[in-house]
Design a protein around this ligand. Structure first.
Ligand code: KG4
Ligand code: ZN
Length: 334
């Protein structure tokens, strides 16, 4: 029998649907919400409303472009958490109704596990056990992955996520939201050693990213006193220096984890893994330390339903279904 799963992602500000057929991703339809740009951050209420608007057209497109009849779907999967409660609610309610109407099983997916399982969409796939550094707008985690559905968080941030640090410093520099990709773009033309920002010194495998935002704030205040054009004149160097500091902080802990667990299979996942400086640094470390590094395709770095579909594939094989009384979990843990 063919196993055709419809997967839905609605945890933050992307509405996405994907169809996976017998373990192969057929498509990945994503509707990005531009409504948040003018507010400089995701407005939860507006995100929920936009999901309501986008979800059915996105699902429709996924089903039609897959060439699979709606009645030939064997299961429906959705992101249960973590994420924004209102946004999750839209996806969960839709998935439950869909499963009930078609009388097919329902599969609940953890968004953070799915970011990691995006590595199993294409070749080359990491072999177990591997360490994944998951870096997004809401999370910064080091995860020991023993099997597709056997993961353990071995380190995480005690305050801001690294994506937040990118976005908040970019905002201080007057860049549009979300600032991460803009900071990345300007950093390419700058000198990463032009300015020095403190690298947080946390014990074990714990990260902290709240300090850099304050450091950049004071740095700008001091320089703007003498030169009101300081940011415009030095944007590339400031971006390169901030990015260098953030990447260095991430790499210090990743190196520590790899050494501690004696693992050389290293993956990155989440929106910040689109960062070109981070990708370059991982390539450097892979030749220096003999790591085998896995970096997802661009489209599978940021939020998407293909990763939810991939996770659903493994859960379907185990018969890991949930009841129609399931509810979202905004703080769902791995
Ligand atoms: O995984 P994701 O799409 O959504 C969350 O679950 O948070 O990650 C979004 C984050 C944002 O903070 C965004 O600025 C960051 O990923 N991001 C980047 C880049 N592309 C996206 N940060 C740095 N450099 C990039 N090229
Ligand atoms: Zn995400």
């Amino acid at each position: 029998m063919n196993v055709n799963i419809l997967a839905i992602e609605s945890s933050c500000d992307e509405t996405s649907a994907s169809i996976i057929s017998n373990g192969k991703i057929l498509n990945n339809i994503v509707a990005t919400q531009s409504v948040h740009e003018k507010y400089g951050g995701v407005v939860p209420e507006l995100a929920s409303r936009a999901h309501q608007q986008h979800l059915i057209p996105v699902v429709h497109e996924a089903i039609v472009s897959s060439g699979i009849d709606k009645n030939a779907l064997t299961a429906v999967a959705f992101t249960r958490g973590p994420g924004l409660m209102g946004s999750l609610m839209v996806g969960v309610s839709f998935a439950k109704s869909f499963a009930y109407a078609l009388d097919i099983p329902l599969i609940a997916i953890n968004h953070m596990e799915a970011h990691i399982l995006a590595h199993f969409i294409d070749e080359p796939k990491p072999s177990f056990p591997f360490i994944c550094l998951t870096v997004s707008g809401g999370h910064t985690q080091l995860v020991l992955v023993r099997d597709h559905l056997d993961m353990e968080v071995i380190g995480e941030t005690m305050d801001d996520a690294v994506g937040e640090a990118f976005d908040k410093t970019a905002k201080l520099l007057g860049l549009p939201y979300p600032g991460g990709p803009f900071l990345d773009k300007y950093a390419k033309e700058g000198n990463p050693k032009a300015y020095q920002f403190p690298i947080s010194d946390m014990p074990d495998l714990t990260f902290s990213f709240s300090g850099i935002k304050t450091a950049v704030l004071y740095f700008l205040r001091d320089h703007l006193k003498d030169n009101p054009q300081f940011v415009e004149d030095n944007l590339a160097d400031i971006c390169a220096s901030v990015q260098y500091t953030l990447i260095k902080t991430l790499m210090q802990k990743l190196k520590k984890a790899a050494k501690q667990y004696k693992i050389k299979e290293i993956a990155i996942a989440g929106g910040v893994s689109a960062n070109s400086g981070l990708r370059d640094e991982l390539e450097n470390l892979s030749s220096q330390l003999g790591w085998k590094v896995y970096i997802p395709k661009f489209e599978y770095c940021t939020d998407n339903a293909a990763m939810i579909a991939m996770a659903a594939h493994y859960k379907y094989q185990k018969g890991d279904f949930c009841g129609l009384d399931v509810s979202p979990e905004a703080r769902m843990k791995i």
